[in-house]
Design a protein around this ligand. Structure first.
Ligand code: ADP
Ligand code: MG
Length: 240
């Protein structure tokens, strides 16, 4: 089984104010398959955010390794500038709260984020438009966040995430602030994106209704993976 990112015996301890230690992750072994929508599920406090932040090189574990890409380096050992470059070039993030710039249109929000790349202006414009079309917002390009629904704003954040063609997107509770039909639509969008692009998505949720859309669901309980469930794959080329 090929894998795009692998956690090996990852542990994370937090020292808290009273001198005690929280063992948030207790030896996580995880192999994320490429071109799949993987879900990390679990109750509040089970370690989802801690784990996704370590996979996405936002935090370093107390011990253990994170190998990215397959056969590649242990990214926990890279320098901070190397980790910044890795996040900027090969990864993208979508969070629960959308964090769009309220004075900018959908198009401007995506194009602005692309200025971190070295792409020329014409290319940035083209990519911003294509990304917004891919998430179904062709008619909302010139709307500001305040003129869009919560689901549409989350789609802008997703367009921003895919616009620089990352290998992998990490999404921490991206559907938590959406009503159920809107949340389900975002899940279906994620599923379509991994089918149509050379892209892998890892997301967290505590909402069991979202699981059916996933290719594979990892259950976290108290800092350990207690269950892995793979959903049936569509036939090769069936939805091409
Ligand atoms: N910065 C921190 N300092 C101390 N404890 C933390 C910190 N971040 C997370 N924790 C603890 O680690 C555990 C896992 O938290 P988290 O990864 O946020 O869980 P989840 O995202 O599943 O709700 C919890 O017990 C939480 O209180
Ligand atoms: Mg969390």
């Amino acid at each position: 089984m090929s894998c795009i990112i692998e956690a090996k015996n990852v542990c994370m301890d937090f020292e808290i104010g009273d001198g005690s230690t929280v063992h948030a992750l207790k030896g996580i072994d995880l192999r994320i398959q490429p071109n799949r929508l993987s879900v990390l599920r679990g109750r509040s406090g089970s370690g989802k955010t801690t784990l996704i932040n370590i996979l996405g090189a936002l935090d370093r574990p107390t011990s253990g390794e994170v190998i990215f890409p397959e056969g590649g380096r242990d990214i926990t050992k890279l320098s901070d500038p190397e980790r910044d470059g890795l996040r900027r070039n090969e990864m993208a993030f979508v969070f629960q709260s959308v964090a769009l710039i309220s004075t900018m249109t959908a198009f401007e929000n995506v194009e602005f984020a692309l200025r971190l790349t070295k792409l020329p202006y014409k290319e940035r414009v083209e990519r911003a438009k294509q990304s917004l079309i891919q998430v179904g917002l062709e008619k909302r390009m010139n709307h500001r966040p305040g003129e869009m629904s919560g689901g549409e704003q989350q789609r802008v954040a997703i367009a921003r995430a895919i616009s620089h063609s990352p290998k992998i997107i990490f999404a921490d509770e991206p559907t938590a602030e959406l009503d159920s039909p809107t949340a389900l639509a975002v899940m279906k969008l994620f599923r379509d994106l991994v089918r149509q692009n050379d892209l892998t998505i890892v997301m967290t949720t505590h909402d069991t209704a979202m699981m059916e859309q996933a290719d594979i669901v990892y259950t976290l309980e108290d800092g350990v993976i207690s269950d892995v469930k793979e959903n049936a794959q569509p036939e090769e080329g069936a939805d091409a």
